[in-house]
Design a binder for this molecule. Sequence first.
Ligand code: ATP
Ligand code: MG
Length: 181
Amino acid sequence: SMRLLSLTIDGFKSFANKTTIKFEEGMTGIVGPNGSGKSNIIEAIRWVMGEQSARHLRGDKMVDVIFNGSAGRVPLNRALVSITFDNSDHYLASDFNELTITRKLFRNGDSEYLLNGNKVRLKDIVDLFIDSGLGRESFSIISQGRIEAIFNGKPEDRRAIIETVAGVAKYRKNKQTAERR
Ligand code: ATP
Ligand code: MG
Protein backbone atom coordinates (compact mmCIF):
# COMPACT_ATOMS: atom_id res chain seq x y z
CA SER A 1 0.00 0.00 0.00
CA MET A 2 0.87 3.69 -0.23
CA ARG A 3 4.16 4.38 1.51
CA LEU A 4 7.54 5.99 1.14
CA LEU A 5 10.06 3.64 -0.50
CA SER A 6 13.15 5.79 -0.94
CA LEU A 7 14.65 9.25 -0.93
CA THR A 8 17.68 10.42 -2.90
CA ILE A 9 19.41 13.66 -1.94
CA ASP A 10 22.15 15.03 -4.19
CA GLY A 11 23.60 18.51 -3.72
CA PHE A 12 20.79 19.61 -1.38
CA LYS A 13 21.93 21.47 1.76
CA SER A 14 24.62 19.45 3.60
CA PHE A 15 24.28 16.46 1.24
CA ALA A 16 27.17 17.10 -1.16
CA ASN A 17 27.40 13.39 -1.98
CA LYS A 18 24.48 11.63 -3.59
CA THR A 19 22.75 9.82 -0.73
CA THR A 20 19.88 7.34 -0.97
CA ILE A 21 17.78 6.32 2.01
CA LYS A 22 15.58 3.24 1.65
CA PHE A 23 12.57 3.06 3.95
CA GLU A 24 11.49 -0.34 5.21
CA GLU A 25 7.92 -1.07 6.28
CA GLY A 26 6.97 0.27 9.67
CA MET A 27 8.57 3.16 11.46
CA THR A 28 11.87 4.82 10.61
CA GLY A 29 13.93 6.81 13.08
CA ILE A 30 16.71 9.15 12.03
CA VAL A 31 19.41 9.74 14.62
CA GLY A 32 22.67 11.70 14.55
CA PRO A 33 24.61 14.46 16.29
CA ASN A 34 23.58 18.11 16.16
CA GLY A 35 24.16 19.58 12.73
CA SER A 36 24.53 16.20 11.01
CA GLY A 37 21.60 16.81 8.62
CA LYS A 38 18.50 15.21 10.19
CA SER A 39 16.33 18.28 9.63
CA ASN A 40 17.81 18.67 6.14
CA ILE A 41 16.37 15.23 5.28
CA ILE A 42 12.88 16.35 6.32
CA GLU A 43 13.35 19.58 4.38
CA ALA A 44 14.40 17.58 1.31
CA ILE A 45 11.06 15.74 1.52
CA ARG A 46 9.15 19.00 1.84
CA TRP A 47 11.11 20.51 -1.03
CA VAL A 48 10.62 17.69 -3.53
CA MET A 49 6.89 17.74 -2.78
CA GLY A 50 6.74 21.35 -3.94
CA GLU A 51 7.63 23.64 -1.02
CA GLN A 52 7.86 27.19 -2.43
CA SER A 53 8.92 29.07 0.70
CA ALA A 54 12.68 29.42 1.25
CA ARG A 55 11.88 30.57 4.78
CA HIS A 56 10.18 27.24 5.56
CA LEU A 57 13.49 25.67 4.59
CA ARG A 58 15.46 27.99 6.87
CA GLY A 59 16.83 30.03 3.97
CA ASP A 60 16.50 33.52 2.47
CA LYS A 61 16.43 32.56 -1.21
CA MET A 62 15.53 29.21 -2.73
CA VAL A 63 19.07 28.75 -4.14
CA ASP A 64 20.25 28.57 -0.50
CA VAL A 65 19.20 24.89 -0.57
CA ILE A 66 22.04 24.12 -3.00
CA PHE A 67 25.17 22.76 -1.25
CA ASN A 68 27.22 25.90 -0.69
CA GLY A 69 30.58 24.38 0.19
CA SER A 70 32.35 23.24 3.31
CA ALA A 71 35.94 22.81 4.46
CA GLY A 72 37.79 21.48 1.42
CA ARG A 73 34.68 21.10 -0.67
CA VAL A 74 33.61 23.58 -3.36
CA PRO A 75 29.97 24.67 -3.70
CA LEU A 76 27.81 22.73 -6.14
CA ASN A 77 25.82 24.11 -9.03
CA ARG A 78 22.57 22.26 -8.51
CA ALA A 79 20.42 20.50 -5.94
CA LEU A 80 18.45 17.35 -6.79
CA VAL A 81 15.99 15.42 -4.63
CA SER A 82 13.98 12.35 -5.69
CA ILE A 83 11.28 10.62 -3.68
CA THR A 84 9.64 7.29 -4.54
CA PHE A 85 6.24 6.12 -3.29
CA ASP A 86 4.62 2.72 -3.52
CA ASN A 87 1.31 3.60 -5.19
CA SER A 88 0.09 0.06 -5.92
CA ASP A 89 -3.21 0.83 -4.17
CA HIS A 90 -3.52 4.02 -6.30
CA TYR A 91 -3.96 6.11 -3.21
CA LEU A 92 -2.48 8.96 -5.22
CA ALA A 93 -4.44 9.82 -8.37
CA SER A 94 -2.16 8.10 -10.84
CA ASP A 95 -2.22 4.81 -12.76
CA PHE A 96 1.43 4.15 -11.86
CA ASN A 97 2.19 1.55 -9.19
CA GLU A 98 5.33 3.44 -8.24
CA LEU A 99 5.75 7.19 -8.39
CA THR A 100 9.08 8.97 -8.43
CA ILE A 101 9.07 12.73 -8.11
CA THR A 102 12.27 14.66 -8.80
CA ARG A 103 12.98 18.32 -8.28
CA LYS A 104 16.11 20.08 -9.51
CA LEU A 105 17.29 23.62 -8.95
CA PHE A 106 20.29 25.29 -10.57
CA ARG A 107 22.20 28.27 -9.21
CA ASN A 108 20.98 30.46 -12.08
CA GLY A 109 17.44 29.85 -10.83
CA ASP A 110 16.39 27.31 -13.47
CA SER A 111 14.28 24.53 -12.00
CA GLU A 112 12.63 21.34 -13.09
CA TYR A 113 10.09 18.82 -11.80
CA LEU A 114 9.94 15.26 -13.11
CA LEU A 115 7.28 12.61 -12.55
CA ASN A 116 8.59 9.12 -13.36
CA GLY A 117 11.22 10.76 -15.54
CA ASN A 118 8.90 13.04 -17.50
CA LYS A 119 9.00 16.82 -17.16
CA VAL A 120 5.91 18.15 -15.42
CA ARG A 121 4.70 21.43 -13.95
CA LEU A 122 4.66 22.22 -10.24
CA LYS A 123 0.85 22.18 -10.53
CA ASP A 124 0.96 18.50 -11.55
CA ILE A 125 2.88 17.67 -8.37
CA VAL A 126 0.55 19.75 -6.19
CA ASP A 127 -2.55 18.15 -7.81
CA LEU A 128 -1.14 14.68 -7.24
CA PHE A 129 -1.03 15.27 -3.48
CA ILE A 130 -4.19 17.35 -3.12
CA ASP A 131 -6.49 15.74 -0.56
CA SER A 132 -4.01 12.90 -0.01
CA GLY A 133 -2.98 14.22 3.38
CA LEU A 134 0.54 14.58 1.95
CA GLY A 135 2.10 17.40 -0.02
CA ARG A 136 3.43 20.81 0.79
CA GLU A 137 0.30 22.14 2.54
CA SER A 138 -0.33 18.96 4.49
CA PHE A 139 -0.16 18.05 8.13
CA SER A 140 1.82 14.88 7.59
CA ILE A 141 4.99 16.84 8.38
CA ILE A 142 4.53 18.86 11.52
CA SER A 143 7.19 21.11 12.96
CA GLN A 144 7.21 22.43 16.50
CA GLY A 145 6.13 25.94 15.54
CA ARG A 146 3.23 24.62 13.50
CA ILE A 147 1.59 22.87 16.45
CA GLU A 148 1.52 26.17 18.35
CA ALA A 149 0.08 27.92 15.30
CA ILE A 150 -2.77 25.38 15.14
CA PHE A 151 -3.64 25.78 18.82
CA ASN A 152 -3.38 29.56 18.80
CA GLY A 153 -4.91 30.02 15.32
CA LYS A 154 -8.06 31.88 14.34
CA PRO A 155 -11.22 29.70 14.04
CA GLU A 156 -11.26 30.11 10.23
CA ASP A 157 -7.66 28.91 10.02
CA ARG A 158 -8.49 25.87 12.15
CA ARG A 159 -11.49 25.23 9.89
CA ALA A 160 -9.17 25.24 6.86
CA ILE A 161 -6.99 22.64 8.59
CA ILE A 162 -10.01 20.41 9.33
CA GLU A 163 -11.22 20.76 5.73
CA THR A 164 -7.81 19.76 4.45
CA VAL A 165 -7.61 16.74 6.73
CA ALA A 166 -11.22 15.76 5.89
CA GLY A 167 -10.38 15.89 2.18
CA VAL A 168 -12.85 18.58 1.13
CA ALA A 169 -10.27 21.25 0.26
CA LYS A 170 -10.36 20.06 -3.35
CA TYR A 171 -14.09 20.83 -3.65
CA ARG A 172 -13.61 24.33 -2.29
CA LYS A 173 -10.84 24.93 -4.83
CA ASN A 174 -13.00 23.59 -7.69
CA LYS A 175 -15.95 25.73 -6.54
CA GLN A 176 -13.78 28.85 -6.54
CA THR A 177 -12.51 28.02 -10.02
CA ALA A 178 -16.10 27.53 -11.26
CA GLU A 179 -17.25 30.82 -9.74
CA ARG A 180 -14.48 32.73 -11.53
CA ARG A 181 -15.65 31.52 -14.95
P1 ATP B 1 20.01 19.23 15.25
O1 ATP B 1 20.20 17.93 15.98
O2 ATP B 1 20.75 20.35 15.89
O3 ATP B 1 18.56 19.56 14.96
P2 ATP B 1 20.30 18.36 12.48
O4 ATP B 1 20.84 16.97 12.40
O5 ATP B 1 18.83 18.55 12.29
O6 ATP B 1 20.79 19.04 13.83
P3 ATP B 1 20.54 20.06 10.21
O7 ATP B 1 19.88 21.30 10.71
O8 ATP B 1 19.75 19.18 9.31
O9 ATP B 1 21.10 19.23 11.43
O10 ATP B 1 21.89 20.41 9.44
C1 ATP B 1 22.55 21.61 9.67
C2 ATP B 1 23.82 21.61 8.85
O11 ATP B 1 23.51 21.71 7.46
C3 ATP B 1 24.68 22.81 9.21
O12 ATP B 1 26.00 22.34 9.42
C4 ATP B 1 24.63 23.67 7.98
O13 ATP B 1 25.82 24.36 7.74
C5 ATP B 1 24.39 22.64 6.89
N1 ATP B 1 23.81 23.26 5.70
C6 ATP B 1 22.60 23.87 5.58
N2 ATP B 1 22.43 24.35 4.35
C7 ATP B 1 23.55 24.05 3.67
C8 ATP B 1 24.01 24.29 2.34
N3 ATP B 1 23.26 24.93 1.42
N4 ATP B 1 25.23 23.82 2.00
C9 ATP B 1 26.01 23.17 2.89
N5 ATP B 1 25.65 22.92 4.14
C10 ATP B 1 24.44 23.36 4.53
MG1 MG C 1 17.31 19.37 13.47
